[in-house]
Design a protein around this ligand. Structure first.
Ligand code: PLP
Length: 531
């Protein structure tokens, strides 16, 4: 570029920067005043300043297309007003966009099309309406969380909840803490600290997310005494390991894996008898807190909390948000003398649940007073037990609705064609529960010849309310088992909008990947070991 042109260019840019509206004049605009009402003065002021800085920067870099030509010619009077108006308009638009972006919550509700019911990444069990309503009512105001309404004095947290839990599980006493990992920590710290805990080598579980039985044990100040072998542990193995230092016998449900073949597991009843004989507490970590007989619904029977209590376990721990279908919590049930000891331990205070959880837990447990009702009202159980045939009908309905909105579409020329079909697929319980269960299911499959399945999945993830699907070959699958009735209208609106199937959404023209381009591996639902 010649010296003179560069000089003109600079002057041009400086002139254009002068056309950027002033902050105080913008703040008086009607649209901005409305934004102030919605988001607050300080917030809007900050975003207005930030947006004007962005514009100025873009003009200096010459990245604003609409004024390139004007820069070359310098600003002539006749286009001065026009350019000024143009910049004002784009400033307003950008301010609105920036504000909405800034105000949007980072933690947000998503549509789960993965078919993994207790997806740890997506927040495990969704809560039912009644439960949410109760939790909102309790947490939205004051409650008797730790207040004894009989005496009018300070009371114990969760006594009402304890009663319901005991009725449902058949246990003498109950306690709830932050999660099951916390429950195990509290149990081991209060019952076995400074001593040994006997556990089978086949049950030294790693749950994922850093929860390993040996490490929790160490943290709880207990020494691990491993007995038996990976595949076989007999009652005699436990008996031989018991000594002066022994404080407890531990049984861990191998939630997320199975040992098959030449195996022998010591049944709880045998361990309980040994505990009785030696006066040692028998602790059982059940993982998922199953309170209904899953075999009744054609699924593999998982050890139930009631069975553990009846089978003689002195202390049983399980999660609130796995197959129980409630909020995140660790629930401990068992003999009163042990539970009381835990309640007095300082860790109980550090690990205690909050009022949201306390309210939601009680509400969920109440639903279990009638197991049929629990299956009807608890979303995770409903999804788990829904017959494949019902899911298929939903998939067909959804596919028809999506096909209709896509073909009706606004016929904008830059929307691609898309093929919507129904495909058989496999759902999973997730959350490390029922690892071997292939739950028969159906998905709506979306494929668009001009958009890769990865691109489509990524666009769906970037929606204001993201939709999470699964990729299978060239198709994006939305497993209808985990898609809720109220999500269906939303999905319809997403595809009606047309942007999701737009040919090119990126500002720089992007070329479409070739057919033989390396693609992400087929994302079958993984057997969620990681929890
Ligand atoms: C899931 C699980 C845990 C951890 O429970 P969280 O509620 O996720 O903390 C502990 N033990 C077993 C056997 C589990 O399956």
């Amino acid at each position: 570029m010649k010296q003179k042109e560069i000089c003109n260019d600079k002057i041009g840019k400086r002139n254009i920067c002068r056309l950027i509206p002033r902050v105080d004049s913008l703040m008086e605009e009607k649209e901005i005043r409305e934004m102030i009402r919605e988001y607050g003065y300080n917030c809007v002021l900050r975003v207005v300043r930030q947006t004007l800085d962005e514009l100025r920067e873009e003009i200096r870099n010459g990245t604003r297309e609409e004024i390139q030509d004007e820069i070359r010619e310098k600003i002539r009077d006749e286009i001065r007003e026009e350019t000024k108006e143009q910049i004002r308009k784009s400033a307003m638009e950008r301010i609105g966009e920036n504000l909405r972006k800034e105000m949007r919550m980072n933690l947000t509700s998503v549509v789960n099309g993965t078919g993994i019911i207790l997806h740890t990444g997506l927040g495990r069990a969704p809560l039912g309406e009644e439960v949410l309503r109760h939790a909102a009512a309790v947490a939205g105001g004051y409650s008797n969380l730790e207040f004894d309404l009989g005496t009018g004095k300070r009371g114990e947290r969760c006594v009402n909840f304890d009663e319901t839990v005991c009725r449902v599980t058949g246990a003498e006493a109950a306690l709830a803490v932050n999660n099951n990992a916390a429950a195990m920590l509290l149990i081991l710290s209060s019952l076995a600290s400074g001593g040994e805990v006997v556990v089978s080598r086949g049950e030294l579980v790693e749950i994922g997310g850093g929860f390993r039985i040996p490490e929790i044990m160490e943290l709880g100040g207990a020494l691990l005494r491993e007995v038996g072998t990976t595949n076989r542990t007999r009652p005699e193995d436990y008996r031989k390991a018991i000594g002066e230092e022994t404080k407890a016998l531990l049984k861990v449900h191998t939630s997320n894996y199975r040992i098959i073949g030449y195996t022998q597991e010591t049944p709880l009843e045998k361990l309980a008898a040994l505990g009785e004989e030696t006066g040692l507490p028998v602790i059982q970590d059940l993982g998922s807190g199953v309170l209904i007989d899953l075999a009744k619904y054609g699924l593999t029977h998982e050890p139930m909390v009631q069975e553990a209590v009846k089978g003689g376990a002195d202390v049983v721990a399980f999660s609130g948000d796995k197959l129980l279908g409630g909020p995140q919590a660790g629930i401990i049930v068992g003999r009163k003398k042990y539970i009381d000891k835990m309640k007095r331990h300082p860790l109980a205070r550090a690990l205690r649940i909050d009022k949201f959880t306390a309210a939601a837990l009680e509400a969920v447990f109440r639903q279990y007073l009638d197991p049929d009702r629990a299956v009807e009202r608890i979303p995770a159980l409903g999804m788990l037990t829904r017959p494949a045939e019902t899911v298929r009908k939903d998939a067909e309905k959804m596919a028809a609705r999506l096909s209709a909105v896509i073909s009706a579409g606004d016929a904008s020329s830059d929307r691609t064609e898309a093929d919507i079909t129904v495909e058989a697929c496999v759902s999973r319980a997730g959350g490390g529960s029922l690892p071997e269960e292939n739950i028969e299911s159906y998905a709506v499959a979306v494929s668009a010849p001009e958009i890769t399945a990865e691109e489509l999945a990524s666009r769906l993830r970037k929606l204001e309310r993201p939709v999470i699907g699964r990729i299978s070959g060239e198709k994006l699958l939305l497993d209808m088992r985990t898609i809720r009735e109220e999500d269906m209208a939303y999905l319809e609106s997403v595809f009606r909008d047309g942007k999701i199937l737009q040919r090119d959404m990126s500002p720089q023209k992007k070329t479409y990947p070739q057919k033989n381009e390396i693609r992400q591996k087929d994302e079958m639902p993984r057997k969620e070991g990681e929890q």
